[in-house]
Ligand binder design. Sequence first.
Ligand SMILES: O=P(O)(O)OC[C@H]1O[C@H](OP(=O)(O)OP(=O)(O)O)[C@H](O)[C@@H]1O
Ligand SMILES: Nc1ncnc2[nH]cnc12
Length: 201
Amino acid sequence: MSDEQKQQQKGQDKAQHDPYQDDEGIKYVRNLIQPHANFPSEGILFHDIFPALRDPVALEIILNRMAAVVTKRSAVIDYVVGLDARGFLFAPSIASRLHCGFIPIRKKGKLPGKCHTLESTKEYGADILEVQKAGLEPGARVVVVDDLIATGGTLQTSVSLLKAAGAEVVVCVCLVGLPSLGGIAKAGAPVEALIDLEAGC
Ligand SMILES: O=P(O)(O)OC[C@H]1O[C@H](OP(=O)(O)OP(=O)(O)O)[C@H](O)[C@@H]1O
Ligand SMILES: Nc1ncnc2[nH]cnc12
């Protein structure tokens, strides 16, 4: 068997155990997310999503579910917007599945050309976020993708940047939500998190 065939076989074996279409899929992903106390600073309970991304079944579940959230909301999407940095892990793959483009919102100083720029606060710090003016036409229908919503500061600022550019934010999709931090209500656009880490299941 060639290396390519072995790789395909490995993927097929994994896919047979893929619990895609039901809540078992979300539980499978949730169980891979690792909590770390006092990271990156004292008092923060950090939820590490990378063990889930390391697992090919979990990665597929995440991408399928995120894309499904978007298609349930709207058939017409122009761009998937990913947030620097962990949103970039998902957004281009979702854009590819939805046959639309990808646009980054980046931390200040990384994007050339004229940008919309806004200050932002998050659970453990502050950032300045930017989106390129040239990348977005007024009236564009966009979805925003990030790994996690905590206080909602990052999503709120991102939604404001996109609105300043004249875009319509159809929905924000996150892998993880921490609802007790109040972020979902303040984002300024509908938010759907695949996993509520504070819920019992
Ligand atoms: O809801 P909030 O309180 O705003 O927090 C959520 C944000 O915090 C993290 O970004 P961060 O910039 O820390 O990390 P990253 O660069 O690894 O994505 C995370 O990826 C979200 O973007
Ligand atoms: N508690 C948390 N875990 C992982 N990423 C985060 N970003 C903001 N808060 C976070």
